[in-house]
Design a protein around this ligand. Structure first.
Ligand SMILES: Cc1cc2nc3c(=O)[nH]c(=O)nc-3n(C[C@H](O)[C@H](O)[C@H](O)COP(=O)(O)OP(=O)(O)OC[C@H]3O[C@@H](n4cnc5c(N)ncnc54)[C@H](O)[C@@H]3O)c2cc1C
Length: 348
Protein backbone atom coordinates (compact mmCIF):
# COMPACT_ATOMS: atom_id res chain seq x y z
CA UNK A 1 0.00 0.00 0.00
CA UNK A 2 1.22 3.50 -0.86
CA UNK A 3 1.91 5.95 1.94
CA UNK A 4 1.21 9.55 0.93
CA UNK A 5 2.76 12.76 2.26
CA UNK A 6 3.14 16.20 0.77
CA UNK A 7 6.93 16.23 0.89
CA UNK A 8 9.38 13.40 0.91
CA UNK A 9 13.01 13.96 1.85
CA UNK A 10 15.40 11.22 0.79
CA UNK A 11 18.38 10.92 3.14
CA UNK A 12 18.60 11.70 6.86
CA UNK A 13 22.02 13.36 6.70
CA UNK A 14 22.62 16.93 7.85
CA UNK A 15 21.13 18.42 4.69
CA UNK A 16 17.87 16.44 4.77
CA UNK A 17 17.45 17.01 8.50
CA UNK A 18 18.06 20.77 8.09
CA UNK A 19 15.35 20.91 5.41
CA UNK A 20 12.95 19.05 7.71
CA UNK A 21 13.80 21.41 10.58
CA UNK A 22 13.09 24.46 8.40
CA UNK A 23 9.81 22.96 7.16
CA UNK A 24 8.66 22.44 10.73
CA UNK A 25 9.72 25.97 11.68
CA UNK A 26 7.50 27.20 8.86
CA UNK A 27 4.52 25.25 10.17
CA UNK A 28 4.78 22.46 7.57
CA UNK A 29 4.66 18.98 9.07
CA UNK A 30 3.33 16.90 6.20
CA UNK A 31 6.63 15.25 5.32
CA UNK A 32 8.60 12.05 5.77
CA UNK A 33 12.30 11.29 5.58
CA UNK A 34 13.42 8.03 3.99
CA UNK A 35 16.85 6.82 5.09
CA UNK A 36 18.68 3.76 3.77
CA UNK A 37 20.92 3.24 6.80
CA UNK A 38 19.71 2.01 10.17
CA UNK A 39 20.88 5.31 11.70
CA UNK A 40 20.54 9.01 10.99
CA UNK A 41 23.49 11.31 10.23
CA UNK A 42 24.93 10.02 6.96
CA UNK A 43 28.50 11.27 6.75
CA UNK A 44 28.25 12.39 10.38
CA UNK A 45 28.95 9.43 12.62
CA UNK A 46 30.24 9.57 16.20
CA UNK A 47 31.23 6.34 17.97
CA UNK A 48 32.74 6.19 21.44
CA UNK A 49 33.29 9.98 21.28
CA UNK A 50 35.13 9.61 17.96
CA UNK A 51 33.94 11.50 14.91
CA UNK A 52 34.44 8.97 12.16
CA UNK A 53 32.86 11.38 9.68
CA UNK A 54 32.74 15.18 9.93
CA UNK A 55 34.57 16.59 12.94
CA UNK A 56 35.49 20.26 12.49
CA UNK A 57 33.88 23.54 11.59
CA UNK A 58 35.40 26.97 11.13
CA UNK A 59 34.43 30.26 12.72
CA UNK A 60 33.24 31.52 9.28
CA UNK A 61 30.74 28.64 8.90
CA UNK A 62 28.05 31.04 10.03
CA UNK A 63 24.91 29.10 9.04
CA UNK A 64 26.14 26.01 10.84
CA UNK A 65 27.22 28.02 13.89
CA UNK A 66 23.83 29.75 14.06
CA UNK A 67 22.09 26.39 13.86
CA UNK A 68 24.32 24.97 16.61
CA UNK A 69 23.49 27.97 18.83
CA UNK A 70 19.79 27.74 18.06
CA UNK A 71 19.85 24.09 19.15
CA UNK A 72 21.67 25.13 22.33
CA UNK A 73 24.75 23.06 21.59
CA UNK A 74 28.28 24.14 22.39
CA UNK A 75 31.48 24.27 20.36
CA UNK A 76 35.06 24.16 21.60
CA UNK A 77 38.53 24.68 20.15
CA UNK A 78 40.52 21.86 18.63
CA UNK A 79 43.35 21.16 21.12
CA UNK A 80 46.71 22.15 19.62
CA UNK A 81 48.94 23.15 22.58
CA UNK A 82 52.37 21.50 22.73
CA UNK A 83 54.71 20.12 20.09
CA UNK A 84 53.19 19.10 16.75
CA UNK A 85 55.04 16.88 14.31
CA UNK A 86 55.58 17.20 10.55
CA UNK A 87 57.04 14.37 8.48
CA UNK A 88 57.45 15.52 4.91
CA UNK A 89 60.06 13.14 3.65
CA UNK A 90 61.10 9.55 4.45
CA UNK A 91 64.79 10.59 4.62
CA UNK A 92 64.42 13.66 6.83
CA UNK A 93 63.95 13.50 10.60
CA UNK A 94 60.65 14.64 12.09
CA UNK A 95 60.14 18.38 12.29
CA UNK A 96 58.49 19.89 15.33
CA UNK A 97 56.34 23.00 15.34
CA UNK A 98 53.93 24.80 17.64
CA UNK A 99 50.61 26.25 16.58
CA UNK A 100 50.17 29.99 17.10
CA UNK A 101 47.74 30.15 20.04
CA UNK A 102 46.35 33.43 18.61
CA UNK A 103 45.46 31.91 15.24
CA UNK A 104 41.74 31.10 14.80
CA UNK A 105 41.13 27.51 15.84
CA UNK A 106 39.10 24.83 14.12
CA UNK A 107 36.04 24.11 16.25
CA UNK A 108 34.42 20.88 17.37
CA UNK A 109 30.90 20.26 18.58
CA UNK A 110 30.56 19.30 22.26
CA UNK A 111 29.26 15.73 22.43
CA UNK A 112 30.66 15.02 18.96
CA UNK A 113 29.18 16.03 15.60
CA UNK A 114 26.40 13.51 16.10
CA UNK A 115 25.04 15.76 18.88
CA UNK A 116 23.91 18.13 16.12
CA UNK A 117 22.16 15.32 14.26
CA UNK A 118 20.47 14.11 17.45
CA UNK A 119 19.29 17.61 18.40
CA UNK A 120 17.79 18.10 14.94
CA UNK A 121 16.25 14.68 14.43
CA UNK A 122 14.60 14.41 17.84
CA UNK A 123 12.23 17.20 16.74
CA UNK A 124 10.67 14.96 14.09
CA UNK A 125 11.89 11.43 14.85
CA UNK A 126 8.40 10.03 14.14
CA UNK A 127 8.79 11.15 10.51
CA UNK A 128 12.10 9.36 9.85
CA UNK A 129 11.81 5.93 8.26
CA UNK A 130 15.10 4.03 8.56
CA UNK A 131 16.29 0.96 6.61
CA UNK A 132 14.56 2.35 3.53
CA UNK A 133 16.74 2.37 0.44
CA UNK A 134 15.17 4.31 -2.42
CA UNK A 135 15.64 2.48 -5.71
CA UNK A 136 13.33 4.19 -8.17
CA UNK A 137 11.40 7.43 -8.60
CA UNK A 138 8.57 7.94 -11.04
CA UNK A 139 7.24 11.40 -11.84
CA UNK A 140 4.94 10.20 -14.61
CA UNK A 141 1.71 10.75 -12.68
CA UNK A 142 0.48 13.82 -10.82
CA UNK A 143 1.95 12.59 -7.54
CA UNK A 144 5.51 11.32 -7.63
CA UNK A 145 6.08 7.70 -6.61
CA UNK A 146 9.09 6.41 -4.72
CA UNK A 147 10.00 2.74 -4.88
CA UNK A 148 12.07 1.40 -2.01
CA UNK A 149 13.02 -1.90 -0.40
CA UNK A 150 10.51 -0.94 2.29
CA UNK A 151 7.40 -0.11 0.32
CA UNK A 152 6.05 2.52 -2.03
CA UNK A 153 5.62 6.17 -1.11
CA UNK A 154 3.83 8.94 -2.95
CA UNK A 155 4.23 12.68 -2.54
CA UNK A 156 3.97 16.03 -4.30
CA UNK A 157 7.61 17.00 -4.00
CA UNK A 158 10.78 14.99 -3.41
CA UNK A 159 14.03 16.41 -2.06
CA UNK A 160 16.94 14.11 -2.87
CA UNK A 161 19.89 14.75 -0.56
CA UNK A 162 22.12 11.84 -1.60
CA UNK A 163 25.57 12.75 -2.89
CA UNK A 164 24.85 13.45 -6.61
CA UNK A 165 27.01 10.54 -7.82
CA UNK A 166 24.90 8.19 -5.69
CA UNK A 167 21.61 9.92 -6.58
CA UNK A 168 22.50 9.18 -10.19
CA UNK A 169 22.21 5.42 -9.49
CA UNK A 170 18.49 5.69 -8.66
CA UNK A 171 16.26 4.70 -11.59
CA UNK A 172 14.15 7.65 -12.75
CA UNK A 173 11.01 7.42 -14.86
CA UNK A 174 11.13 9.37 -17.11
CA UNK A 175 14.93 9.49 -17.33
CA UNK A 176 16.64 12.64 -16.11
CA UNK A 177 17.95 15.08 -18.73
CA UNK A 178 21.35 14.02 -20.01
CA UNK A 179 23.15 17.20 -18.87
CA UNK A 180 21.90 16.65 -15.30
CA UNK A 181 22.84 12.98 -15.28
CA UNK A 182 26.33 13.89 -16.53
CA UNK A 183 26.75 16.60 -13.89
CA UNK A 184 25.70 14.16 -11.16
CA UNK A 185 28.12 11.48 -12.37
CA UNK A 186 30.94 14.02 -12.47
CA UNK A 187 30.39 15.42 -8.97
CA UNK A 188 32.94 13.89 -6.66
CA UNK A 189 31.48 12.86 -3.29
CA UNK A 190 33.44 14.82 -0.72
CA UNK A 191 35.54 12.58 1.53
CA UNK A 192 34.23 9.37 -0.02
CA UNK A 193 37.81 8.15 -0.33
CA UNK A 194 38.70 8.86 3.32
CA UNK A 195 39.68 6.18 5.82
CA UNK A 196 39.35 7.50 9.34
CA UNK A 197 40.91 6.03 12.46
CA UNK A 198 40.05 6.77 16.09
CA UNK A 199 41.98 5.40 19.05
CA UNK A 200 40.74 5.78 22.64
CA UNK A 201 43.12 5.99 25.61
CA UNK A 202 42.55 6.11 29.37
CA UNK A 203 44.82 9.16 29.64
CA UNK A 204 46.04 11.77 27.13
CA UNK A 205 49.64 10.52 27.41
CA UNK A 206 50.74 12.65 24.43
CA UNK A 207 49.94 15.82 26.40
CA UNK A 208 51.96 14.53 29.37
CA UNK A 209 54.85 13.92 26.94
CA UNK A 210 54.65 17.52 25.66
CA UNK A 211 52.85 16.79 22.37
CA UNK A 212 49.67 18.31 20.98
CA UNK A 213 48.70 15.06 19.26
CA UNK A 214 48.89 16.74 15.83
CA UNK A 215 51.04 14.80 13.37
CA UNK A 216 51.05 15.52 9.66
CA UNK A 217 52.84 13.84 6.73
CA UNK A 218 52.18 12.17 3.37
CA UNK A 219 54.70 9.38 3.87
CA UNK A 220 53.39 7.95 7.13
CA UNK A 221 50.55 5.53 8.04
CA UNK A 222 48.24 8.34 9.21
CA UNK A 223 48.51 11.44 7.02
CA UNK A 224 46.88 13.69 9.63
CA UNK A 225 46.12 12.88 13.25
CA UNK A 226 44.89 15.11 16.08
CA UNK A 227 43.94 15.09 19.72
CA UNK A 228 40.28 14.07 19.86
CA UNK A 229 39.52 14.36 23.56
CA UNK A 230 35.94 15.27 24.37
CA UNK A 231 34.53 18.58 25.57
CA UNK A 232 34.36 17.50 29.24
CA UNK A 233 37.90 16.10 29.10
CA UNK A 234 36.60 12.81 30.42
CA UNK A 235 37.39 10.76 27.30
CA UNK A 236 40.73 10.84 25.49
CA UNK A 237 41.53 9.88 21.94
CA UNK A 238 43.57 10.50 18.82
CA UNK A 239 41.72 10.69 15.52
CA UNK A 240 42.97 11.02 11.97
CA UNK A 241 43.06 10.08 8.30
CA UNK A 242 44.75 6.83 7.34
CA UNK A 243 47.17 6.84 4.42
CA UNK A 244 45.19 5.44 1.49
CA UNK A 245 48.11 3.21 0.52
CA UNK A 246 47.11 1.03 3.52
CA UNK A 247 43.53 0.53 2.26
CA UNK A 248 44.16 -2.95 0.87
CA UNK A 249 45.82 -4.31 4.05
CA UNK A 250 44.04 -6.54 6.56
CA UNK A 251 42.75 -4.51 9.54
CA UNK A 252 45.28 -5.99 11.95
CA UNK A 253 48.23 -5.19 9.70
CA UNK A 254 47.02 -1.63 9.20
CA UNK A 255 46.40 -1.23 12.91
CA UNK A 256 49.90 -2.48 13.73
CA UNK A 257 51.52 0.06 11.36
CA UNK A 258 49.44 2.89 12.84
CA UNK A 259 50.13 1.99 16.47
CA UNK A 260 53.86 1.49 15.79
CA UNK A 261 53.98 4.96 14.19
CA UNK A 262 52.27 6.59 17.18
CA UNK A 263 54.52 4.67 19.56
CA UNK A 264 57.64 5.84 17.77
CA UNK A 265 56.79 9.55 17.87
CA UNK A 266 54.43 10.06 20.83
CA UNK A 267 55.67 7.46 23.33
CA UNK A 268 55.35 3.75 24.28
CA UNK A 269 51.95 4.43 25.92
CA UNK A 270 50.46 4.50 22.40
CA UNK A 271 50.22 0.69 22.63
CA UNK A 272 47.96 0.82 25.68
CA UNK A 273 44.84 1.89 23.81
CA UNK A 274 41.41 0.97 25.15
CA UNK A 275 39.54 1.00 21.83
CA UNK A 276 40.40 1.22 18.15
CA UNK A 277 37.95 2.17 15.37
CA UNK A 278 38.35 2.53 11.64
CA UNK A 279 35.94 3.56 8.94
CA UNK A 280 36.70 3.31 5.25
CA UNK A 281 34.06 5.50 3.61
CA UNK A 282 34.88 4.17 0.16
CA UNK A 283 33.35 0.85 1.24
CA UNK A 284 30.10 2.38 2.45
CA UNK A 285 27.44 1.85 -0.19
CA UNK A 286 25.37 4.76 1.15
CA UNK A 287 28.17 7.26 0.56
CA UNK A 288 30.34 5.86 -2.21
CA UNK A 289 29.90 4.36 -5.60
CA UNK A 290 32.34 1.79 -6.91
CA UNK A 291 34.31 3.98 -9.35
CA UNK A 292 36.50 5.63 -6.75
CA UNK A 293 39.29 8.05 -7.53
CA UNK A 294 41.37 9.79 -4.93
CA UNK A 295 40.64 13.47 -4.71
CA UNK A 296 42.61 15.76 -2.45
CA UNK A 297 41.73 19.20 -3.70
CA UNK A 298 38.38 20.77 -2.98
CA UNK A 299 36.38 20.25 -6.16
CA UNK A 300 34.03 22.94 -7.42
CA UNK A 301 30.60 22.27 -6.01
CA UNK A 302 27.21 23.95 -6.39
CA UNK A 303 26.70 23.25 -10.11
CA UNK A 304 23.84 25.47 -11.32
CA UNK A 305 22.06 22.41 -12.78
CA UNK A 306 20.91 21.74 -9.22
CA UNK A 307 19.14 25.11 -8.98
CA UNK A 308 15.94 23.99 -10.69
CA UNK A 309 13.21 21.40 -10.19
CA UNK A 310 13.03 18.34 -12.44
CA UNK A 311 10.39 15.66 -13.08
CA UNK A 312 7.42 17.96 -13.79
CA UNK A 313 8.56 20.28 -10.97
CA UNK A 314 8.41 17.56 -8.34
CA UNK A 315 12.13 16.69 -7.94
CA UNK A 316 14.76 18.81 -6.26
CA UNK A 317 18.39 17.80 -5.73
CA UNK A 318 20.01 18.99 -2.52
CA UNK A 319 22.88 17.94 -0.22
CA UNK A 320 26.26 19.51 0.48
CA UNK A 321 27.67 18.92 -3.01
CA UNK A 322 24.88 21.09 -4.49
CA UNK A 323 25.55 24.04 -2.20
CA UNK A 324 26.68 27.28 -3.86
CA UNK A 325 28.94 27.93 -0.86
CA UNK A 326 31.12 25.67 1.29
CA UNK A 327 30.14 22.63 -0.78
CA UNK A 328 31.41 19.39 0.73
CA UNK A 329 31.38 20.71 4.28
CA UNK A 330 28.72 20.58 7.01
CA UNK A 331 28.20 24.30 6.35
CA UNK A 332 27.35 23.43 2.73
CA UNK A 333 24.91 20.74 3.90
CA UNK A 334 23.12 23.29 6.10
CA UNK A 335 23.03 25.90 3.32
CA UNK A 336 21.65 23.36 0.83
CA UNK A 337 19.08 22.27 3.43
CA UNK A 338 17.87 25.84 3.91
CA UNK A 339 17.75 26.50 0.16
CA UNK A 340 15.73 23.31 -0.49
CA UNK A 341 13.19 24.17 2.22
CA UNK A 342 12.81 27.70 0.86
CA UNK A 343 12.35 26.46 -2.71
CA UNK A 344 9.72 23.87 -1.94
CA UNK A 345 7.77 26.23 0.32
CA UNK A 346 7.81 28.89 -2.42
CA UNK A 347 6.68 26.33 -4.99
CA UNK A 348 4.07 24.65 -2.80
C1 LIG B 1 35.56 11.12 6.70
C2 LIG B 1 34.83 12.43 6.57
C3 LIG B 1 35.32 13.55 7.20
C4 LIG B 1 34.65 14.76 7.09
N1 LIG B 1 35.13 15.84 7.78
C5 LIG B 1 34.44 17.00 7.76
C6 LIG B 1 34.80 18.05 8.62
O1 LIG B 1 35.71 17.94 9.45
N2 LIG B 1 34.09 19.21 8.53
C7 LIG B 1 33.03 19.37 7.68
O2 LIG B 1 32.43 20.44 7.67
N3 LIG B 1 32.64 18.35 6.88
C8 LIG B 1 33.31 17.17 6.91
N4 LIG B 1 32.88 16.12 6.17
C9 LIG B 1 31.75 16.33 5.24
C10 LIG B 1 30.39 16.28 5.95
O3 LIG B 1 30.28 15.06 6.63
C11 LIG B 1 29.30 16.44 4.91
O4 LIG B 1 29.40 17.70 4.30
C12 LIG B 1 27.87 16.34 5.44
O5 LIG B 1 27.72 15.42 6.48
C13 LIG B 1 26.99 15.97 4.24
O6 LIG B 1 25.64 15.93 4.60
P1 LIG B 1 24.55 15.60 3.49
O7 LIG B 1 23.26 15.48 4.20
O8 LIG B 1 24.68 16.54 2.36
O9 LIG B 1 24.99 14.17 2.89
P2 LIG B 1 25.04 12.74 3.61
O10 LIG B 1 25.49 12.88 5.00
O11 LIG B 1 25.84 11.85 2.72
O12 LIG B 1 23.53 12.28 3.63
C14 LIG B 1 22.90 11.55 2.62
C15 LIG B 1 22.01 10.52 3.26
O13 LIG B 1 21.36 9.75 2.24
C16 LIG B 1 21.31 8.39 2.65
N5 LIG B 1 21.15 7.54 1.48
C17 LIG B 1 22.10 7.14 0.59
N6 LIG B 1 21.54 6.39 -0.40
C18 LIG B 1 20.22 6.32 -0.11
C19 LIG B 1 19.12 5.71 -0.76
N7 LIG B 1 19.24 5.05 -1.92
N8 LIG B 1 17.87 5.80 -0.19
C20 LIG B 1 17.70 6.51 0.99
N9 LIG B 1 18.74 7.12 1.64
C21 LIG B 1 19.98 7.04 1.09
C22 LIG B 1 22.64 8.19 3.34
O14 LIG B 1 22.61 7.05 4.19
C23 LIG B 1 22.77 9.50 4.12
O15 LIG B 1 22.20 9.42 5.40
C24 LIG B 1 33.49 14.87 6.29
C25 LIG B 1 32.98 13.73 5.66
C26 LIG B 1 33.64 12.51 5.82
C27 LIG B 1 33.07 11.27 5.16
Amino acid sequence: MKQHSKYCIIGAGLSGLTTAYKLLQNGENDFIILEARDTVGGRISTKNNIDLGAAWLQNYHSNLLDLINELELKTYNQYTAGKSILMYNTMAPAHYFETDPNAPSALRIAGGSLALIEALSKKFSDKIILNTKVKGISTVNQNATILSNNGIYSCEKIIITLPPKLASTIIYDPELPEHLQRAMDNTHTWMSNAIKVGINYKTPFWKANGFSGTMVGQVVPVVEIYDHSNYNESSFALMGFVNESLRALKTNNRKEQIIAYLEKYLGPEARNYSDYFEKDWSKDEFTSVKSLNSYYLTPKYGNSVFDTFYGSKSLLFSGTETSPQHGGYMEGAVISGFIAAEKILQNA
